[in-house]
Ligand binder design. Structure first.
Ligand SMILES: [Zn+2]
Length: 499
């Protein structure tokens, strides 16, 4: 038989669409063509496959070899198709039986000596193979990650020879089974933070309902210290969230560390980070920091110092939980449902209102600085809170703050109430769900409307205030939202007028 097909998968964003590798051996002068792969990568793939087959003492057929990767319009980066191409050549030339490939998918880069090297996106590929009812043969170094997928047998191999032995029936590959324990996250504890009671309360409300938050205050007031502890009070990830988060990490350059299974990611990009690094992009498109923070926390210190286009790009994911990236004709969408925790100074020098009186910033300079946070972006940040310079008494107080564990217990209870009532955190409630679950009386509604007018908030701020009030009520185990919860929610929008 001079034709063989082998099942594999490409990586497009965080999806792994099926790819069929067809190998045809025809008459004519010996040649080796690969169709459907970027030219630059064809030569290297041919060299690796040829060398690996020779090294393993297989026959490299002296015929006209044509390899076709279909469909043609998928991104086919990297060397993941080395293994399926090599197997296709062996089957087409009669050195392996095609029937042995049934129900299996393959991916892996080959070294010149036929060792299998890991590929990106193993988890996404394993999930895809499982959905197709196939089992998945891949490099041993990818096994731990791929085995996080359920409904698929992951068969790790160290070399081309091991795969061939399995297919020939002489030595079966052993399925990799591993149920990872949820790792214990090692975040710093709120116990170390003295004072800042208002900011801590705001962080607790944000954690309970999944709201985004901005801390405004001079340098040295512990804004970063507060933010670094935020991930430690969040409710645990669901299995589904853990899998989605791991899939994205797995498609990134850094890859997924299985030891981080179930830990909410905390990403803290520097303000000099490029737009692509922050929101994703490139060719092929890779997830950026906002997607790596999916189901976790994105901490942006010195928010106004980030590039304008980077900041504006945050609006879509803050609203919808996804980011759409276009490059040429290619579109990619990555999940990006992160909780934004941002921090900024009150003025360019940072010391506006500080007791030292050292701020010399002009009103113009202050206005320009704050205007870098556009209205639509500020609108999407539910909580804004000042972290003032601590008073001397606070610094000297020996008392420790409340431990993260105690705060987390309240957050988890509040989150449970939300999931039981509406199946999602309050921050994700749509307009109709808000009507159903965030009802307030006429007096409280007046309070909100007046505040919106006074603070020049947008129309959508009404719903945002209600969602926030719902979270405050959930922390207090209240069935109905009362005036006190509405008033607290409005307090968190007070700084909007200053932005
Ligand atoms: Zn200043």
């Amino acid at each position: 038989m001079a034709l063989a097909t082998v099942a594999s998968r490409a990586l497009a964003g965080i999806e792994a669409p099926a790819v069929t590798v067809e190998v045809h051996l025809g008459p004519g002068l010996p040649a080796f063509h690969i169709v459907g792969m970027p030219d630059a990568e064809v030569r290297e793939a041919k060299d690796r496959v040829r060398a690996a087959l020779n090294h393993a003492q297989f026959d490299f057929p002296s015929r006209r070899i044509t390899v076709n990767l279909s469909p043609a319009d998928l991104p086919k980066d990297s060397a993941r198709f080395d293994l399926p191409i090599a197997l296709g050549i062996l089957a087409a030339s009669g050195q392996l039986k095609s029937a042995a490939f049934a129900g299996l998918e393959f991916a892996g880069e080959l070294s010149l000596t036929g060792e299998l090297r890991p590929v990106r996106g193993a988890l996404a590929m394993a999930l895809g193979a499982g959905r197709s009812g196939h089992n998945f043969v891949l490099p041993a170094a990818n096994a731990e990650q791929a085995a996080l997928a359920t409904g698929v047998a992951v068969l790790p191999a160290n070399s081309l020879l091991e795969v061939c032995a399995h297919l020939a029936g002489s030595a079966a590959l052993v399925e990799y089974r591993h149920v990872p324990a949820q790792a214990a996250p090692a975040y710093a504890d709120f116990r170390d933070v003295k004072g800042q009671a208002a900011a801590k309360r705001a962080l607790e409300v944000a954690a309970a309902g999944g709201h985004s938050l901005l801390l405004l205050g001079p340098p040295g007031t512990g804004k970063s210290m507060l933010a670094a502890r935020f991930a430690g009070i969040l409710a645990p990830m669901s299995q589904e969230e853990a899998l989605e988060s791991a899939s994205i990490q797995s498609a990134s350059n850094a890859g997924f560390d299985a030891a981080q299974w179930g830990v909410r990611p905390l990403r803290a990009p520097h303000h000099t980070a490029s737009r692509v690094a922050l929101v994703g992009g490139g060719s092929p498109p890779r997830p950026g920091e906002i997607s790596l923070a999916h189901h976790g926390v994105l901490f942006m210190d010195e928010l106004p110092e980030f590039g304008r286009s980077a900041l504006e790009a945050l609006r879509e994911p803050l609203e919808s939980g996804v980011i759409s990236l276009a490059r040429g004709t290619r579109q990619a969408r990555f999940p990006a449902r992160f909780q934004l925790v941002a921090a900024m100074n009150p003025c360019p020098c940072g010391f506006l209102g500080h007791a030292s009186g050292r701020c010399r910033c002009t009103p113009d300079a202050i206005a320009r600085y704050r205007a870098r946070i556009s209205g639509p972006l500020a609108d999407r940040i539910d909580i804004k809170i000042e972290a003032p310079a601590p008073r001397e008494a606070e610094l000297l107080a020996a008392a420790e703050g409340e431990a993260s564990g105690a705060i987390r217990a309240r957050v988890c209870a509040a989150r449970e109430r939300q999931l039981e009532r509406q199946g999602m955190p309050n921050a994700l409630l749509g307009t109709q769900e808000i009507e159903a679950h965030c009802a307030i009386d006429a007096q409280a509604e007046d309070l909100v409307r007046t505040a919106i007018a006074r603070l020049s908030l947008s129309a959508r701020a009404f719903h945002r205030v209600l969602r926030l009030a719902r979270s405050i009520a959930d922390l207090a185990s209240l069935e109905r939202i009362g005036a006190a919860q509405v008033a607290e929610a409005i307090q968190y929008r007070r700084l909007d007028a200053a932005l």
